[in-house]
Design a protein around this ligand. Structure first.
Ligand SMILES: C[S@@+](CC[C@H](N)C(=O)[O-])C[C@H]1O[C@@H](n2cnc3c(N)ncnc32)[C@H](O)[C@@H]1O
Length: 225
């Protein structure tokens, strides 16, 4: 299965029952409406940034990977099915979101994925532990972003990969409006936010090699420590 198939197969896991899963995958009717309205994206654009964000994980990867935040696992459990040799740790603040990810993992019989409730800003792992840290749609939600950047860098091995995606402000007016008036008010997003150029500058200051790009108001990145 190539990466596009993996992302598409995530949609099948939604079962059409979860509003969140439908939205983050731009798949259900309500999810597509939110994608279009708030993010000005169609499904192909949604797939495109996810594929780029996940491109930091090699096929047949067999090292240690930390995913934070895992959320409901809708984007990654199907991918982990293709990585049976990897040692995967999934972390999230919210037991409720992560419980949904755990259900998906057991439905898919994933035995190499462990789940931990915790704070990205205070990770309980030694320095240089992980080969890859993956963070999808997390940094716009994290309350202490400086601590999150520091902790991710600390637990990555030298030469390790930090990859993922999240909202950047200033790229699409309607998206910025929704973030300020809806997502922030409901507590899903927490300022301050990066712009595309502040993110580029930050990552280039911290990491040895950085590849990044955007689809509308979402930036994706792949960095090597
Ligand atoms: C928008 S969801 C993204 C989840 C998933 N990666 C996805 O793309 O569907 C944001 C998640 O960040 C988690 N979160 C927020 N602050 C956190 C923190 N300090 N440490 C760990 N997880 C956190 C929330 O519980 C929520 O599950």
């Amino acid at each position: 299965m190539d990466r596009k198939d993996v992302i598409r197969s995530a949609y099948r896991l939604t079962g059409g029952s979860s509003f969140y899963d439908g939205m983050i995958t731009c798949s259900t009717l309500s999810g597509k409406a939110v994608c279009r309205l708030a993010w000005a994206m169609n499904k192909a654009e949604n797939d495109a940034y996810l594929e780029k964000a996940l491109s930091g994980i090699p096929e047949h990867f067999s090292g240690r990977l930390l995913e934070v935040p895992v959320g409901t696992g809708i984007l990654t459990m199907p991918l982990y099915q293709t990585l049976p040799e990897a040692d995967i740790t999934c972390l999230d603040y919210s037991a409720d979101m992560m419980g949904q990810a755990q259900e998906k993992a057991s439905r898919l019989h994933l035995h190499n994925v462990t789940f931990r409730q915790g704070d990205v800003g205070a990770l309980s792992y030694e320095d240089n532990t992980f080969d890859i840290v993956l963070s999808l749609n997390g940094f716009h939600a994290f309350p202490d972003k400086e601590a999150a950047y520091r902790e991710v860098f600390r637990v990555l091995k030298p030469g390790g990969t930090f990859c993922g995606c999240f909202y950047v402000k200033g790229e699409h007016k309607r998206t910025d409006w929704f973030v300020r008036h809806i997502y922030e008010k409901t507590g899903f997003f927490t300022p301050p936010y990066e712009t595309a150029s502040s993110l580029k500058n930050r990552l280039e200051r911290m990491y040895a090699a950085v590849t990044l790009g955007q689809v509308k108001g979402i930036a994706w990145f792949v960095c090597r420590k």
